[in-house]
Structure formats: C-alpha cells, structure tokens
Design a protein around this ligand. Structure first.
Ligand code: CTP
Ligand code: MG
Length: 235
C-alpha cells in the first residue's frame, strides 16, 4: 500500500507570538515547514506529501517548496487550509489522489521528528492497525480541575489521574485511509488530534514509542529548544 503524508501548516501560531504564520518561521535559517516536509519525505515509504498551507498562502508555500531541495522520489501537493486544524486536515484529505491507502497526518509544528519514528508509525499501520499514535510518558504530574478558570487565575483541583496510564501524543499519526476519512466525515466535535476522531468512531487506536525530538513548537521557548536540537545535529 502506498503512503501519503498530510501536513497541516495553516495555523497562525498565536502562542508563539506575532509574526508570519508559524510554519513559515525560520529554524536554523530554513522555514519550519520545510523541515517538517523533509522529515516526512525522509521515509522511503512516503511517496506523496500534501501540504495544507495558510488559507491565503498556498502560492507562497508552492514557491517555498520550489526554492528548497526536496527528494526527487516524493510528489508534493499544496492546498489552502481552513480555520481549524481539523478543517485543514479534512481539506488535505480531500486533495489526496486514489491509490494511497495509508495516510500520515503530521503537524508542521513538529519539524524535527526523526525518520525512525515516522517509519515505526507506518510499520504499525502496515501490520494491521487502523490508527497509530506516537506517544511519550508524562514528566509532570497532571491535575484535573473542576472547570477552566480565567487564564492564570485559580482553579479547583478535583482529581489526579494515575500518571502511569497517561501519554503525551505526538505526530505523525498513521491511519488506514478509509478509516480516517470516515472519522472526518462523521465526527463533528472539536478535537486536537486525528486519532481522537477515530476513537469516537470506535476502532482501536494503538501507540508506538514517540521521540523527544518530535516535540511541538508551540511557545517561544520551544524555538530555543528546536534551534539547539538542530545545532547539535549539525555538529
Ligand atoms: N493548523 C492548521 N490549520 C489551522 C490551525 C492549525 O493547519 N487552522 C496546524 C498548525 O499549522 C500546526 C498544527 O495544526 O502545524 C498544530 O497546531 P498548533 O500547534 O496549535 O498550531 P497553531 O494553531 O498555528 O498555533 P496556536 O494554536 O498557538 O495559534
Ligand atoms: Mg492551534
């Protein structure tokens, strides 16, 4: 089965602060999105990458792709995204040509995921899982609060879930294409990852080990870490 990767890159990056859309911010002099695309194309199994660009930035992203060296054996499509990550992923899925039965969904904001993690996700889908998520154990203890208060304000703690049963979830997440498409057609709740839509639908989602370097660039400190990881790789 052929494998395609959909990269939602349409977000503004509000938590990172003002500036160009997050995916277009530079990391080691190269846009974060180009790193993320290379991370997917680094897997020999991935033969198509669908980039979901900022809604008014598809032409700019196309230009960016043409300006950077990318593997010859990989095909690239660029489509405009939507107002939510979920909508952006759906628009990417709608642009997928026939013949790709395995689909990865990977955040442009996780530019440094190692190829071994990408391959482990694909391998698990090939082995029969319909939905696969790379995960890490949590470093922090997690508290559940009664309800979300004002930002920075006090909240009442109601529970401390058993941390040994909790996982932080990364991307790429891997799917049987038909299952993921059905999930996007069926689930209308707001979600923050694709696997949770499959969970709501019913099929079993399984984990593979994630990687520390697959962290999401969300806040300014994450950029500092990403630059340091890149610098270490270039040693
Ligand atoms: N994303 C997208 N379309 C949106 C919103 C998000 O394609 N309408 C993408 C982002 O570009 C990112 C990934 O989803 O690659 C993960 O989202 P997140 O880290 O939340 O990025 P942003 O939404 O851009 O950041 P913020 O929430 O801080 O604004
Ligand atoms: Mg967001």
């Amino acid at each position: 089965a052929r494998t395609a990767a959909v990269i939602p890159a349409a977000g503004r990056g509000v938590r990172l602060g003002p500036g160009v859309p997050k995916a277009l911010r530079a990391l080691g002099g190269t846009p974060m999105l180009i790193h993320a695309i290379r991370a997917m194309a680094a897997s020999r199994a991935v033969s198509l990458v669908v980039v979901v660009a900022p809604p008014d930035g598809a032409a700019e992203v196309r230009t960016l792709l043409d300006a950077h060296a990318l593997p010859e054996r990989t095909d690239f499509l660029v489509v405009p995204g939507g107002g939510s990550r979920q909508e952006s992923v759906r628009l990417g899925l709608e642009a997928l040509p026939p013949g790709y039965d395995i689909v990865l969904v990977h955040d442009a904001a996780r530019p440094l995921v190692p190829v071994d993690t990408v391959d482990a996700v694909i391998e698990a889908v090939r082995d029969g899982a319909v939905a696969v998520v790379p995960v890490l154990p949590l470093a922090d203890t997690v508290k559940q609060v009664e309800s979300a208060g004002a930002p920075g304000g006090p909240e009442r703690v109601v529970a401390t879930p058993d941390r040994s049963l909790l996982r932080a979830v990364q991307t790429p997440q891997g799917f049987d294409r038909a299952t993921l498409v059905r999930a996007h057609e069926t689930v209308t709740d707001d979600v923050t990852d694709d696997a949770s839509m499959v969970e709501q639908l019913g099929p079993t989602v399984v984990t593979v080990p994630g990687h520390e370097e697959a962290f999401k660039v969300t806040r300014p400190l994450d950029l500092v870490l990403a630059e340091a990881v890149l610098a270490r790789r270039r040693l």
